[in-house]
Design a protein around this ligand. Structure first.
Ligand code: DMJ
Length: 635
């Protein structure tokens, strides 16, 4: 045998060798042994310190740098776009959809209930006491950045053309007007040729789907993408809907040995199927909804009744992620609209009992800060974990959204939901709301162990829409005031970027700002995933105020998507860098929510028909799938 020094020599000379690791380890061990006791103790101390610091910063790290998880693997698999748009495919937003009788036929529901003493369906002017955020002067931006030219179009003519479904067929004068614009439309329609639901469609061998560029296949997730997007075109009679229906009937089977994420499967698949059922009255979609809903139920078999994140829908087993027994608060509190609706439709209370129990537990839970919730909850103890970080962004966002929306869904009778929602808004005003410098943009930051962090996820841009929805349903007028201020901020998160597209996360300057900029973006946060939250809120704000500036803002965003994220061979892609219009860094990946949500909200934003999925008859789940407001309160 060679003496150890000989081995050291060999390990160095064979540094490229595949088995060089063993020699390197031996060499390290030898060096370690040569260290003095003091040196070794010092190294131990430093390692222990790093470990403790690492553990302490886990919640924020976890948020900023999400660890790849089963959920993300599922999403990765489920949100791919096609290699190329098949020939002859019509865009989702094809105006023909507007010509389909029954497109807007939801179930007959009674008039929405009214909060005593407050008028519903009226957009109230700002009134009453403001929160800690002082009334701001009109935004006047002194940004040194390159200003993009303002495009002042209110939606593509193709969208406006069918702007009142209930008035179809159009009156003669409307038709004449339209004829005048025919050329312009033809031009425009080329540009607006978006994607068909086939864009996320599954090949005959279900369970695989093509990726945009390489013809690569991705296992799993096909059902998620397919159901999410099928629900974007629920118009019986149009070719693509029958194709989608055919796929659901023949190929969509949930009898598969696969782990799925409870939340994503609920909001996309269950929500999509329930919504399609309501829009079409086609029993097939209800049957499929019952199938997937029942298969997700094992997630609730936990010691605390707080569901696990993952379920194997074939085996009927559930488990938390590999690295923790925690679930994400937003995930366990944003499945209620769907499961409650499933119980109402089937008459089987098991679904609503399971999700109502989660709501009850969270309602009574200690560890909130003026109604704001931490990001994690433990499935064994049922208690919040990693306390001390409060955000309206990732991991808590839709908790707040579903408090209001469940209250609306149930006919505004479940007081504890409204209490929690109003209490949380107090918490937002008290702890998270600030104004940036120099332009006084109102934004929602984060609180991390009592330290304010002026950081806002794009995800938070759901809030203007939710606030406006609450005001529409009778909550105080200052909710609408705040909604409009936050809407302006979300708009600025787009227009201040060189591509006209928002980054995933924005950092706001707190006054006094030294460099004249309100918004900064950290390098790892410069991506854009084609998210819907801003256009979602624009839709609500436009519906309730009829202020055309919201359509203009949405139109500008669509133009920017077209300019920087459209893929020549078909579909759209997430990009790496919203600050670089020359090379935005296409990722070759299109999330299914771009079709299911972003395009749907743009479509609705550009329509002037308030009866198109009326907000007095429907409540949209967090994946933009409309579910009916119940005609009578829940039992
Ligand atoms: C959607 O899947 C849902 O809206 C969810 O609540 C969080 N955001 C994504 C899209 O950004």
């Amino acid at each position: 045998m060679f003496p150890s020094s000989r081995k050291d020599f060999i390990s160095l000379t064979l540094s490229d060798s595949y088995n060089n690791g063993k020699h390197r380890r031996q060499s390290c061990w030898r060096k370690w042994k040569q260290l003095s006791r003091l040196q070794r103790s010092l190294i131990f101390f430093l390692l222990a310190l790093m470990l403790i610091l690492g553990l302490l910063s886990y919640p924020s790290l976890n948020q900023d740098w999400p660890v790849p998880s089963d959920r993300e693997e599922w999403l990765e698999a489920g949100e791919r776009e096609p290699e190329a748009e098949p020939p002859g495919v019509r865009p989702v937003a094809d105006p023909a959809i507007r010509n389909v009788p029954g497109f807007n036929k939801g179930p007959e529901v009674g008039p929405p209930a009214v909060l005593p003493g407050l008028l519903p369906q009226v957009v109230e002017r700002p009134q009453g006491p403001q929160g800690p955020v002082p009334k701001k002067a009109p935004v006047k931006l002194s940004i040194g950045w390159q200003k993009r030219p303002l495009v002042s179009r209110r939606g593509p003519p193709g969208f406006q053309r069918w702007n009142n479904a209930s008035d179809w067929p159009l009156r003669r004068d409307q038709l004449e007007q339209l004829a005048d614009r025919a050329d312009e439309e033809e031009e425009q329609e080329k540009e607006n040729k978006i994607v068909s639901w086939r864009g996320a469609m599954i090949e005959a061998d279900q369970g695989t789907e093509p990726l945009p560029s390489a013809g690569e296949r991705q296992e799993g997730g096909a059902a998620l993408a397919g159901s999410d997007v099928a629900a974007a075109v629920p118009a019986p009679g149009i070719a693509e809907f029958s194709e989608a229906r055919g796929w659901v009937e023949k190929d969509l089977s949930f009898s598969r040995n696969v782990d799925v994420n409870l939340f994503e499967s609920t909001i996309r698949v269950l929500g999509g199927l329930l919504s399609t059922y309501h829009l079409t009255s086609d029993q097939l979609f209800l049957e499929k909804a019952i199938d997937i809903g029942s298969r997700l139920m094992p997630a609730f078999n936990t010691p605390s009744k707080i569901p696990y994140s993952d379920v194997n829908i074939g085996k009927g087993t559930a488990h938390p992620p590999r690295w923790t027994t925690d679930s994400t608060v937003a995930e366990v509190t944003s499945i209620q609209l769907e499961f409650r609706e499933l119980s109402r439709l089937t008459g089987d209370p098991q679904y609503q009992n399971a999700v109502n129990e989660v709501t009850r537990l969270v309602h009574n839970l200690a560890g909130k800060k003026d109604g704001l919730v931490p990001m994690f909850i433990n499935t064994n103890t049922g208690h919040f974990s990693h306390k001390g970080v409060f955000t309206l962004g990732a991991r808590t966002d839709s908790y707040y959204e579903y408090l209001l929306k469940q209250w609306i869904q149930g006919g505004k009778t479940e007081d504890s939901l409204l209490e929690d929602y109003l209490h949380a808004l107090e918490g937002v005003r008290k702890h998270l709301l600030r104004q940036s410098g120099p332009s006084q943009l109102t934004f929602v930051g984060e609180l991390s162990h009592n330290r304010f962090n002026p950081k806002m996820d794009h995800l938070v841009c759901f809030l203007p829409g939710t606030l406006a929805l609450g005001a529409h349903h009778g909550l105080p007028g200052d909710h609408m005031d705040l909604a409009q201020q936050l809407m302006e901020t979300c708009h600025q998160m787009y227009v201040q970027m060189e591509t006209g597209l928002s980054p995933e996360i924005a950092q706001f300057n707190l006054p006094p700002a030294t460099d004249g900029r309100d918004i900064h973006v950290k390098t790892p946060d410069r991506h854009n995933l084609l998210r819907p939250e801003t256009v979602e809120s624009l839709f609500y704000l436009y519906r309730f105020t009829k202020d055309p500036k919201y359509q203009d803002w949405g139109w500008d965003i669509l133009q920017s998507f077209n300019k920087h994220t459209k893929v020549a061979t078909g579909g759209y892609t997430s990009i790496n860098n919203v600050r670089d219009p020359v090379n935005p860094g296409p990722r070759d990946k299109m999330e299914s929510f771009f079709l299911g949500e972003t395009l749907k909200y743009l479509y609705l934003l550009f329509s002037n028909d308030t009866e198109l999925l009326s907000l007095d008859k429907f409540v949209f789940n967090t994946e933009a799938h409309p579910l009916p407001i119940w005609p009578s309160p829940p039992k």
